[in-house]
Design a protein around this ligand. Sequence first.
Ligand code: AHR
Length: 498
Amino acid sequence: MHQATITLDPAFTVAPVRRRTFGAFVEHLGRCVYTGIYEPDHPTADDDGFRRDVLDLTRELGVSTVRYPGGNFVSGYRWEDGIGPKEQRPRRLDLAWHSTETNEVGVDEFVRWCRKAGVEPMMALNLGTRGIAEALDLLEYCNHPSGTALSDLRVANGAKEPHGIRMWCLGNEMDGPWQTGHKTAREYGRLAAETARAMRMVDPALELVACGSSSSSMPTFGAWEAEVLEETYELVDFISCHAYYEEHDGDLGSFLASDTDMQYFISSVVATADHVGARLKSRKRIDISFDEWNVWYQSRFKDAGAPEDWPVAPRLLEDHYHLADAVTFGGLLITLLRNSDRVTAASLAQLVNVIAPIMTEPGGRAWRQTTFHPFAQTSRYASGDVLRVEPVSPLYETKAYGEVPLVHAVATHGEDGTTIFAVNRSMDGPLSLEIDARALGAVRVAEATTMTDPDVYARNTADEPDRVAPRPNPDVEHEPLRVLLPPVSWNVIRLTTP
Ligand code: AHR
């Protein structure tokens, strides 16, 4: 039997839990928007054409912010196509996903959906095919109260109140050669700086995100962040990180340890940003917006290729997640929380159908993928401060990362109690986790759940939507406090005072 220990002490904190850690992402890609959040003919559709079943699941997921409208899509997008009477909106080629965009949903619909879902909109700007003028136009359209051409147009289109969007992404993955309008770091840095400068003339309080690297394996990783921040340091608040993971060649051990790469990514970007800050003699600190992260079987997408015939809302990137994906996913979420001092915003990519925790059938059912559960539980129970915890755990050997601890964990502590979020990556047996909670005084386990399955590749489907879900963990001992974590499992342990 594997054994590990975790020590909880409220004197050692990382940072407050940031609600924006629990952001998600809606891109005009595949069926994320059409037959995802929006399907006017669906039996649950509301007056605006939004699926109520998806709205309910979005609320249950506990999403805080939603990034929109891309992704790669945004780098060819004309936001004006998506406003005004729907029957007059143009159909356009979407080069990013080789699809046809009908523009039935645009910024006004998206903000209306956000209000219904109770989430904060986060807007991405097209700095691929467009620039400063179009960014300023969109800002004026969205946020200026009234009395100008564009703000009055918004009012005429039915949105009397300004949208009040605080967070803006200055482009998307501009380091990627696949991006429409891809740029060098210097070219992008200059454009991002001048766009930010102009936007701040309208509203100095906006929160602006400069594009970092599309992954830590990009050839320009590190140099890209340094050059972009040299141009933008005093003008932006965040640098972005994007990372996707998948199991390669049946190497489950490495896959379950994907958070090792995420930690390396975060530490490297923090070091790079601080280095630029030091050279500029700036007291300002740049935070990370990890605004695309997930498990994504990108190799399958590359094998299938983009559609050739420009379809509307095709099935693209519809990964069906299994238990091991959800445990890996939970490890990534734990890493984001563990870095809450510098990762102050994040967006799970994406929300519905496209590499998503929520799946839908057109005209039919909606259900929770395995990855839904770690996200929903963490969003629900993480509160107060993130505690600095360093589990003492046995190690195992991985091909990709060398020796890695079997247990990966984080804890939060606040008025609502203390909660431990932990994954057991052991593939050969359970692990007994001893919890040293002496610094908390008298505590008891209010609830312990575990998500596991004899088949690590078990999935949820529309017919069997709850095959993989958190269940009460019966293996809890009180003196000393110990919880048995099944092999390849996601676990939540909630402590309260008796
Ligand atoms: O989330 C899917 C795609 O992944 C996004 O459009 C892009 O930004 C990233 O490469």
